[in-house]
Design a protein around this ligand. Structure first.
Ligand code: CDT
Length: 349
């Protein structure tokens, strides 16, 4: 056996104006809770240090810049604004995988997740599948007339460029990731694994989890632990292209959770890997709901631990990395069963 205690760290409501210092204090408290439960790897959400700002059309670049970390070449753990978080993780001996808005020294902005151990960046991933649009969705006046309830609910009204529209403007605020899907070993976790093999880890960010392509690239590298943070809106009918009158908010939430679990469990299973996946959830600014659904999934696709609340919460499980071998050696023994000569179309287009 190669036992390891891990945590999906869920983070609740964070508003547009919530100061970094307040978020950091909460994250440090979550780290302490994880360490008290002997957790060695804690996975945090996407854009953990701020609200999920791509939902807003923001014209003032000073405000946009305020949602990014100016990351030095030495890595995010040396970024002054968030250093206390990484110092605490180092003190507690907890490896962290955490998402944040990255601004490079050259000024390029990415949606990034870093794996940091003992104050050092072991690996960095930049989100490749950026959902949504470059421009705000157009306001459809016909819908205002036919769906007055939806538009006067105020859910998205105050933050859209045009009233009554919600946005997912990741293509506007981020460059597509340029680091590929690079699995890596986490040497700091070797001692806890009852053997000489440190785990093979991979990272994706939110929308990436819906795409089989990235998962399989990690699967082909023998990944054993996938770390995935996300912000998934629980109510955006116009964005999804559905009539708001044909679905209740409860049904929309349930459907968003269903699709989240469907892709996470299926892709963990078909790549014979554990998955630790962590939500930024709650109702930001009191009007923007995000799903929860933080969980730890085993290589057979079963959920072994999951969130109980819509707030800050540490979801812990002890996992045995040797459990990956069943799938890797039998049903999904890639070398024996794959037929790549028939797969070229997925690279060609
Ligand atoms: N943050 C993020 O990637 N969210 C997306 C929302 C997609 S709706 C256009 C997700 O896949 O959860």
């Amino acid at each position: 056996t190669r036992l390891l205690r891990v945590a999906a760290v869920q983070v609740g409501r964070v508003d547009r104006s919530t100061p970094r210092s307040q978020v950091l204090a909460r994250l440090i408290s979550l780290l302490e809770q994880a360490a008290r439960q002997q957790v060695k790897l804690a996975v945090f959400p996407e854009t953990t240090f701020t609200t999920f700002f791509p939902r807003y059309w923001i014209e003032d670049d000073t405000e946009v810049a305020s949602f990014f970390e100016k990351e030095p070449a030495s890595g995010i753990a040396d970024c002054a604004a968030v250093k206390p978080f990484f110092d605490k993780a180092k003190d507690l001996g907890v490896d962290v995988a955490i998402g944040y808005g990255e601004e490079t020294p050259e000024g390029t902005r990415y949606n990034t997740a870093s794996y940091v151990s003992n104050g050092q960046t072991v690996s960095k991933y930049r989100k490749i599948h950026l959902p949504g649009t470059f421009e705000p969705l157009r306001f459809l006046s016909s819908l205002t007339e036919t769906h007055p309830t939806y538009y006067i609910s105020g859910t998205f009204e105050p933050f859209s460029k045009e009233p009554g529209v919600t946005n997912q403007l990741e293509k506007k605020y981020f460059q597509p990731g340029n680091l590929g899907f690079k699995a890596f070993r986490a040497p700091s976790l070797r001692a806890t694994c009852d053997g000489d093999k440190s785990p093979i880890v991979g990272q994706l960010i939110c929308n990436d989890r819906r795409w089989a392509e990235g998962w399989r690239v990690y699967g082909l590298q023998g990944v054993e632990i996938m770390c995935i943070g996300y912000n998934t809106t629980a109510w955006a009918p116009q964005l999804w292209g559905i009539d708001p009158d044909l679905m209740t908010r409860e049904a929309a939430y349930a459907d968003a959770i269903f699709h989240h679990k469907l892709v996470c469990q299926a892709h963990a299973y078909t790549n014979s890997t554990f998955l630790i996946t962590s939500a930024r959830c709650g109702v930001d600014d009191g009007v923007h709901p995000l799903i929860s659904g933080s969980m730890i999934v085993d290589p057979e696709g079963h959920i072994v631990a999951e969130n109980k609340t819509e707030e800050d919460e540490v979801v812990v499980a002890e996992i045995d990395l040797d459990a990956c071998q069943q799938g890797k050696n039998k049903t999904f023994a890639f070398a024996k069963h794959r037929r790549p000569e028939h797969y070229s179309a997925i690279c060609d287009r």
